[in-house]
Design a protein around this ligand. Structure first.
Ligand code: ATP
Ligand code: MG
Length: 580
């Protein structure tokens, strides 16, 4: 990456600093310099509402909204809704919610390609009238056969030379529902011998007697993506149509449709009214998809995982969906930083999941308040404190950020520490509590283990420790105590369950074609629930944060969906350090 730096602002006012240049930013800068599009920058994010957004979409969102904001431009949200059988309102709602959460606000109303169905139909009639489109009766199989292959040119459809009159009539009858699904289609008349298969008379409209989530039963013919996308861009006055590399070979078709319809005369007229410059058609530019190792990014497979109950839903905290990552405790700022840090390239590459984890830790370390939570409690009785002892200790919410304030942590005669912080037969270098040894309770006193109480079976029941009352905020006299462990008052602590998440797949590339069934490479330990954890009471106080660094344990956040009045569930967002 490079030298050029600028800053972009998101709706929550956060400035993501140090954005670096990339070929798209450079192209847009050049276009502005040349006053192309009258200097306007107008992008769009065009999700198909057939699933939830994932981390790859976040990259596209950050790019589209980002370059618009950086250039005082606009970015539309347009649902690319031309496949009603796979789409739903649930997905529409989730996508809008996810984009807002990520910190972006689209220009004006939400748009739908289906808003333009009437106009798209009229354009199709125009194509027919100029001899550039025809109704073809070939079945899907026949059409495939006629299409040829990468090495073989295609053959003209026997219906290619229908008269304009006949085409107009048939197309209208397609619309009025006279024909069954698949009976015929409207195709562009381009070139069956083109080396680019997308140019071999591509289908523009197909018949689908199916209800649409936006237009209901109004239509039984639906335009294809390729036909719809370029025209929707033109209608909305989009200047830069950014999409992923798989559409590179579709670009000639994008351009063909706009040029053939002489769209310049109508397109984006409203947006251009106040500029003097000559209208320039929207231009498609492709960039590489974001792919992550150990992760499936692809709605089709993610959907399969939801439908086969590999996960509990689209928002399962192990999913790389925005909904899942949010529930897991990933922050919008961290995801935006990550998307910026991976850059925008022209060729595919796989990003290491560690980079995402780094961005998450970086953000959480800076912004998470600290609290103590004991995951596997064992009781420590502080023998020289009175039974009713209740001392309120004040601790900083963040070791480096004073503005984050302080919290009150109660100390009582009985506290809990983590079972793993005590060893009777310690290995060399064990710096925590041992029989007869000393350790500091974080933010409190140095204690000494004077008795180890066990049951008849030899299992540890509790530890008896004495408190050196002269060590609050002070070093102990005449000796060094190296270990510091976290603890919680047994009586005042809050019981909770925690869910420890790990990578879902054991293999580096779960999207590999060699894997027939992804269920065979699932990490069985991707979710471990621990019950009977105890956290300090500050996490439940009014106005408390919903995410924390549980000291020495990792970053955790409240799972609102799983928590109820009598059960608190926290998700582990991420460990403190990389354990892979
Ligand atoms: P998927 O392959 O997951 O089904 P898609 O491309 O079919 O994704 P769309 O809803 O069509 O999903 O995508 C909306 C926008 O997001 C498109 O412009 C698409 O190019 C972009 N996009 C999708 N996946 C990625 C990705 N992995 N990285 C970057 N951009 C992506
Ligand atoms: Mg798609």
């Amino acid at each position: 990456m490079t030298d050029q730096k600028s800053a972009s602002t998101t709706v929550d006012g956060a400035v993501d600093s140090s954005t670096s240049s990339n070929f798209i930013r450079n192209k847009i800068a050049d276009d502005i310099k040349q006053n192309k599009h009258g200097g306007r920058v107008h992008t769009r994010f065009p999700p198909e509402p057939n699933g939830y957004l994932h981390i790859g979409h976040a990259k596209s969102i950050c790019l589209n909204f980002g370059v618009a904001a950086e250039n005082s431009g606009l970015c539309n949200l347009r649902f690319d809704d031309t496949n009603p059988e796979k789409e739903s309102q649930e997905y529409v709602d989730a996508i809008k919610d996810n984009i807002s959460w990520l910190g972006f606000q689209w220009n004006g109303d939400v748009r739908y390609s289906s808003n333009y169905f009437e106009q798209l139909y009229a354009f199709a009639v125009q194509l027919i009238e100029s001899g550039k489109a025809y109704v073809c009766d070939l079945s899907a199989n026949e059409a495939r056969e006629y299409r040829g292959s990468l090495t073989q040119p295609g053959r003209n459809s026997p219906h290619r030379d229908r008269s304009i009159e006949e085409n107009r009539d048939l197309f209208e009858r397609m619309r009025t529902g006279e024909f069954a699904d698949g009976h015929c289609s409207l195709r562009a008349k381009i070139d069956m011998a083109s080396p680019n298969i997308n140019m071999r008379d591509p289908v523009l409209y197909r018949i689908r007697h199916i209800e649409h989530h936006q237009t209901g039963t109004q239509w039984c013919i639906y335009p294809t993506y390729d036909y719809t996308h370029c025209l929707s861009d033109a209608i909305e006055g989009i200047t830069h149509s950014l999409c992923t590399l798989e559409f590179e070979d579709h670009r000639p078709l994008y351009d063909w449709i706009l040029h053939t319809l002489e769209i310049a005369s109508i397109a984006g007229a409203s947006d251009l009214a106040d500029t003097d410059s000559e209208y320039v058609l929207p231009e498609q530019t492709e960039f590489a998809k974001l792919k992550l190792n150990h992760t499936i990014v692809g709605k089709r497979k993610l959907k399969e995982m939801v439908e086969t109950n590999v996960v509990t839903g689209w928002d399962d905290p192990r999913m790389p969906t925005l909904a899942g990552m949010r529930r897991r405790g990933f922050t919008a700022a961290a995801l935006r930083n990550f998307c910026e840090s991976v850059g925008v390239a022209r060729s595919d590459s796989i990003v290491d999941l560690g980079m995402l984890e780094h961005a998450i830790r970086d953000d959480l370390d800076k912004n998470s308040p600290r609290a103590m939570c004991v995951l596997n409690p064992v009781t420590v009785v502080l023998t020289n404190l009175p039974d009713e002892h209740l001392q309120i200790l004040s601790m900083a919410n963040h070791p480096k950020v004073d503005e984050m304030g302080r919290r009150s942590v109660p100390l009582t005669k009985r506290v809990v520490i983590d079972r793993s912080d005590f060893e009777e037969l310690p290995v060399q270098g064990f710096k925590r509590l041992i029989a007869g040894g000393e350790v500091r309770l974080r933010g409190a006193y140095v204690i000494k283990c004077i008795d180890v109480i066990k049951d008849d079976a030899g299992e540890l029941v509790e530890l008896h420790c004495s408190v050196d009352l002269d060590t609050l905020g002070k070093k102990p006299e005449g000796r060094k105590v190296k270990g510091v462990i976290h603890w919680v008052s047994e009586a005042k602590g809050i019981p909770l369950n925690v869910r420890l998440y790990d990578r879902l797949f054991t293999v580096e590339n779960p999207e590999s074609k060699d894997i027939e069934d992804i269920r065979e490479c699932l990490n069985e330990d991707s979710l471990i629930e621990i019950t009977s954890c105890i956290a300090e009471p500050s996490i439940m106080e009014e106005g408390a944060s919903s995410s924390y660094q549980f000291e020495r344990e990792g970053y955790y956040c409240l799972d609102e969906k799983e928590s109820s009045e009598n059960k608190l569930v926290f998700n582990r967002t991420i460990t403190l350090r990389d354990s892979w």
